[in-house]
Design a protein around this ligand. Structure first.
Ligand SMILES: C[S@@+](CC[C@H](N)C(=O)[O-])C[C@H]1O[C@@H](n2cnc3c(N)ncnc32)[C@H](O)[C@@H]1O
Length: 258
């Protein structure tokens, strides 16, 4: 477990500023890439109501809302929730913290939590136990965790992190695969799948390796995925084929509530 620090006002402030700066997501979700591919595969094997914990501006939530299954969005930052209600007031949304979910026990058949748990400086075990509480027996959790690996160490070095906590605030936590498996199991989950996923490659930080139409437009990147140039794609494919554990960004775990 390794903490990343940055020179912003702290994790909650980071999300507040980030989400205040962009509009609600549209209803488009790329099902070939993270997180659309993982949401789609998880929902195919789960039944019952779905909680998207840490829904942010709502790309996953909006795509699945109205497709015949109840999906509720929750986030601890209110700005994106207000924006989402502004574009669609039928969306079931709640402000809340993953550490204390405002739901009765066992009400969900599925929890999707993309990019959520690594925002906790402390309390991953409590957050996973709380997630387990709201899932019914045999319910399914699909969650991504920032990987403690070479890719994220390079990304941190290219960002404004100085690698220490001096003069900086907690940004994200990074986990190894065994740590994730251990925490999920301790919280009452059986891990059925753990995939190495490239979400936001550090290559995207370099103009030469970024797709020429992709100028850090967060909105389009959120809908389509972070797109690379031909050379960037080739480098990414090679590194992910040869060293997926070291060059993924996130580990995506699917687990059943036992
Ligand atoms: C990486 S974003 C992912 C947004 C969305 N799941 C997606 O994939 O587009 C993580 C989200 O988790 C939310 N979050 C972080 N810590 C949280 C907490 N303790 N409780 C609830 N939401 C939290 C952030 O505000 C942010 O919207």
């Amino acid at each position: 477990m390794r903490a990343t620090h940055r020179s912003h006002g702290g994790n909650r402030d980071y999300w507040r500023l980030r989400w205040e700066a962009i509009e609600a997501d549209g209803t488009t979700l790329n099902l070939a890439r993270y997180p659309g591919r993982h949401a789609e595969a998880t929902l195919a094997r789960a039944s019952g109501a779905v909680l998207e914990a840490g829904c942010g501006p709502g790309r996953v939530l909006r795509y699945y809302h109205g497709q015949g299954r109840r999906i509720v969005g929750l986030d601890f930052i209110e700005a994106p929730l207000h924006k989402l209600h502004g574009v669609d007031d039928t969306l079931p949304l709640l402000a809340g913290d993953i550490l204390q979910l405002p739901f009765a026990s066992g009400v969900f058949g599925c929890v999707l939590a993309f990019g959520l748990y690594h925002n906790l400086e402390n309390g991953l075990n409590d957050a996973l136990s709380e997630t387990r509480r709201v899932l019914r027996h045999s319910g399914v959790l699909c969650a991504s965790f920032r990987a403690d690996n070479l890719q994220n160490r390079i990304l941190d070095a290219l960002s404004d992190s100085d690698g220490s906590s001096a003069g900086t605030h907690f940004h994200k936590m990074n986990y190894t695969e065994p740590e994730i498996r251990r925490c999920l199991s301790a919280a009452g989950f059986a891990v059925t799948d753990l995939e190495y996923v490239q979400n936001m490659p550090f290559l995207h930080k370099l103009a030469l390796l970024r797709h020429r139409h992709d100028r850090f437009d967060e909105h389009s990147a959120r809908a389509k995925g972070y797109q690379l140039s031909t050379l960037g794609e080739a480098l990414q494919r090679t590194s992910m084929t040869l060293w997926p554990r070291h060059f993924c960004n996130v580990y995506v775990a699917t687990a059943t509530a036992v």
